[in-house]
Design a protein around this ligand. Structure first.
Ligand code: B16
Ligand code: MG
Length: 227
């Protein structure tokens, strides 16, 4: 099937695309890592973006040479501690933390009749959306309980396409994580990357401020034309 002249759906990542929570995940992981003697910095944190809680902890332990230092039960406790820390940091979250241009883009997508989906691997996604009052802005929010594989596997994005009844080739996905861009590409979804270091996206922006429907459709058309 040929791709439509305009995208039929836009699928958003949450942390780092809709809301400025990516640094809160980092702070919570950094505190946990410090307690067990592992130093992580923001460059390392890039590897944790879009990665599930359990897989993030595994990456941190491997980075600190502690792959085999803890039992499965101890890892569960550590992941739970990180989550408590993160949820505590979310107490300070307000609508001012919605990233620039996102509210306007969501409004325009509604006006244009373009479907909206959320593909976050965060188990706190529902809570964050409700704090921000954004629940009604999404036609479908991925249910992480039914997602088996973490990004860069395309499963979560394909599940959202399925629920919205839109072919992957008719959708756009917006991501701030390399794992997320890789997942979109693997799923055959037009990838928009937010961040200066991302590779492989069809369109890349340094931040969300320029993320307008006009810019998205312009890039979509350019891509369809093969430019
Ligand atoms: P939680 P996204 C991801 O959300 C974050 O990027 C990642 O840092 C975090 O570890 C993951 O959610 C799991 O979050 O511990 O709250 O379940 O970027 O997919 O919206
Ligand atoms: Mg993200």
């Amino acid at each position: 099937m040929n791709n439509p002249a305009l995208p039929r759906a836009v699928i958003f990542d949450l942390d780092g695309v809709v809301v400025d929570t990516a640094h809160l995940h980092f702070i919570a992981w950094q505190r946990l890592a410090q307690r067990i003697g592992i130093d992580i910095d923001m460059a390392f944190n890039e590897q944790l973006k879009g990665i599930s809680r359990r897989d993030s902890l595994a990456k941190i332990l491997a980075y600190g040479g502690m792959d085999n230092a803890f039992t499965a039960d101890e890892r569960e406790v550590m992941a739970e501690q990180k989550n408590r820390e993160y949820v505590g940091l979310l107490n300070g979250l307000t609508t001012a933390d919605i990233l620039p241009g996102i509210r306007e883009l969501l409004r325009t997508l509604r006006e244009q009749g373009v479907l909206t989906g959320l593909a976050s691997v965060s188990q706190n996604a529902g809570h964050v959306l409700s704090v921000l009052g954004l629940q009604a802005d999404f036609d479908y929010v991925a249910d992480t309980r039914h997602i088996m594989f973490s990004k860069p596997d395309p499963e979560i994005f394909l599940a959202v396409c399925d629920a919205l009844k839109v072919l992957p080739s008719c959708a756009v996905g917006i991501e701030d994580a390399q794992a997320g861009i890789d997942a979109l590409c693997a799923g055959g979804i037009f990838a928009i990357g937010i961040g200066s270091t991302l590779r492989g996206a069809q369109y890349r922006l340094d931040d969300t401020a320029g993320l307008t429907w006009a810019a998205i459709t312009q890039q979509w058309k350019r891509h369809q034309a093969g430019n």
